[in-house]
Design a protein around this ligand. Structure first.
Ligand code: PEP
Ligand code: MG
Length: 598
């Protein structure tokens, strides 16, 4: 952070979704809602009970208003209708006697403030839910917390602002936003967002890119340094926030915003051109999506396929589990929106960082290495089977590939394929059509899988390298922790070697390899990945036009030479400097080339 005068400060974070926005800050500060133990006198009891009942009534009305607003905006906001019923769940909880009567009893008997009584009661209710065997019921703990927060806000007359309250164009400032929160942002109102936490490959960043909303994360103290209503410049290209800018700065950044827009518009003209190098080498460009609606943007940004459909988002922002039918209809819709493009559907990969409110959430010390991805599916087989049935049924309507996440070795891939084989047999038996030749692949994102890629390759039809996790696990750097983001080095010699040996193993066994981690969409890495011999790069749709431009302006020969040189360095920063120099020489004026350097 850099203070320039008494009012102004400049904050440096990580620009994760490009764009330049000037506007007013809207502060989302959850930390303020901390009730403290407070005793009251016998004379105050009745008034305190009334205050509590009044807070519930107001919170209830607020919830009803929010419901109405969501109904109005859901059509424009990425099909949020399916989340409307969450409001019903919260209303039901608010009306529950356990929440009302027991809190009133605590106020009366213990002579404590309404805030503290509510806090004690909610902790008790959460414990009851936590002891239940049924995972859906256990999940209700998160809902009860949200409901209690809503009432607390009324009681504490907190100046806490909620996302639903946003009524005019703002830049959202939050300590953290979960991927689920991010997906619910109203794009008509929230022009950009800024968070204290987060890294470049966190799922919140991934969602921001897919929603094309400019975002800067990992600022550490943005919520402290920025006040609601402050004028801000958000430069999400360079990861910079200017609080209370001067007129001169506003002029400069308006120009930058226009330049960026112009650059994007120019790029999109590449859309229908082939991803072909000057010496005739093709590298397929594909899009990563998180919802069926986004499948269209693969086509509109000039990708040739959908290389990664992260299906875990079907499971978020809800309290029940998707049925087989819902899976089937969702994937069928994605296929229709993709206008005939092939879709690689990855099976459920619920991980710790996507789990803001889910049944599978576990308090564990080391969640990134816990029950996530395919491991969860092995444990919750019925959930896995429902999804596989849905995917297989959809494969009857278009080109589909199945992808298994978090595979650590041949035992995992065999187990996953074994379950798939059983599910196929079931469908055959029931006379339900599906693609008998559906390709099956595994993510290479756990270092053990990369190390034994030669053993895995004969078992599957293709590999998809998840560099986000591969880097995290190989370098032991948490991808969502802004304090270690400087250690997250995609060009580390170990990563280059793992990529090289994985590609060799795949090609030696006649199967193709894709990279679908964020590296694939970073312009700085395009020639390195191309030179390593990857067959497909799958990225957020927004990056496709620029990556295509790089490919079309280069030769495979020069990419091979760059890689050969990269493999001679011992230190990641040396590789980075060399690659940056090479790319800047070739593309000196391109705004986006700096994106990953901040
Ligand atoms: C990856 O790990 O690189 C990947 C593509 O999967 P996700 O980001 O969903 O973990
Ligand atoms: Mg991953």
């Amino acid at each position: 952070m850099n203070k320039t005068d008494s009012n102004q400060c400049i904050l440096q974070g990580i620009g994760v979704s490009p764009g330049v926005v000037i506007g007013r800050a809207f502060l989302l500060d959850r930390a303020k809602l901390k009730p403290v133990m407070e005793k009251i006198s016998s004379e105050q009891v009745q008034a305190e009970i009334e205050r509590y009942l009044h807070a519930i009534a107001t919170a209830r009305q607020e919830l009803l208003d929010g419901h109405e607003k969501l109904v109005e905006t859901s059509a424009e906001n990425n099909g949020n209708q399916k989340h409307l019923y969450l409001f019903d769940v919260h209303l039901m909880m608010m009306d529950d006697k356990m929440l009302t009567d027991d809190t009133v009893k605590l106020i009366r008997e213990k002579k404590i403030s309404a805030e503290w009584a509510l806090n004690l009661n909610v902790e008790k209710i959460k414990k009851i839910f936590n002891r239940m065997d049924d995972p859906y019921m256990r999940e209700r703990q998160t809902d009860i917390t949200h409901v209690a927060e809503r009432i607390l806000r009324q009681l504490m007359k907190s100046d806490y602002d909620s996302i639903e309250k946003i009524s005019k164009n703002v830049i959202l400032i939050a300590h953290d936003l979960s991927p689920a929160d991010t997906m619910q942002l109203n794009l008509n109102k929230v022009k950009a967002f800024v968070t204290d936490l987060g890294g470049r490959t966190s799922h919140t960043a991934i969602i921001a890119r897919s929603m094309e909303i400019p975002a800067v994360v990992g600022l550490e103290r943005a919520t402290e340094m920025i006040n609601g209503g402050n004028q801000l410049i958000v430069d999400a290209i360079d990861g910079r926030i200017i609080v209370s800018p001067t007129a001169e700065q506003i002029r400069t950044y308006k120009e930058k915003a226009e330049k960026h827009l112009f650059f994007q518009q120019q790029l999109i003209q590449n859309r229908d051109l082939a991803p072909l190098t000057k010496d005739g080498y093709t590298i397929e460009l594909a899009a990563n999506i998180e919802s069926p609606e986004e499948a269209e943007s693969s086509v509109s940004h000039g990708a040739g396929a959908i290389g990664l459909y992260r299906t875990e988002f079907i499971y978020l922002n809800r309290t029940d589990l998707p049925s087989e039918e819902e899976h089937y209809l969702t994937y069928k819709r994605a296929l229709q929106n993709a206008s005939g493009q092939e879709i690689t559907i990855r099976t459920l990969d619920l991980g710790y960082d996507k789990l803001s409110s889910h049944a599978f959430h576990e308090d564990t010390i080391n969640p990134a290495m816990g029950l996530r991805g395919i491991r969860l599916c092995f444990k919750q087989k019925e959930i896995f089977r429902q999804q596989l049935r849905g995917i297989l049924r959809a494969s009857h309507h278009g080109k589909v590939r199945i992808l298994f996440p978090m595979i650590s070795g041949v035992r995992d891939s065999r187990q996953a394929i074994g379950i798939l084989t059983e599910v196929k047999e079931e469908l055959r038996h029931q006379g339900i059509p599906f693609d008998e030749n559906i390709p099956v692949g595994v993510m290479i994102e756990v270092p053990s899988a990369a190390i034994i890629a030669d053993l895995l390759a004969p078992e599957v039809d293709y590999f998809s390298v998840g560099t986000n996790d591969l880097i995290q696990y190989t370098l032991a750097v948490d991808r969502v922790n802004e304090h270690v983001s400087c250690f997250y080095e995609p060009l580390h010699p170990s990563i280059l070697r793992l990529l090289q040996s994985t590609i060799e193993a795949a090609h030696g066994n006649g199967i193709p390899v894709c990279v679908c981690g964020e590296m694939a969409g970073e312009p700085l890495y395009t020639l390195v990945l191309m030179g390593l011999g990857l067959d497909q790069l799958s990225m957020n749709p927004l990056s496709v036009p620029y990556i295509k431009k790089i490919i079309r302006s280069s030769t495979y020969k020069e990419a091979r030479e760059i890689v050969a040189k990269c493999l001679t360095f011992k230190v990641a920063t040396e590789v980075e400097e060399y690659v940056a120099e090479q790319m800047h020489q070739r593309f000196p004026d391109d705004l986006l080339m700096n994106l990953q350097n901040n």
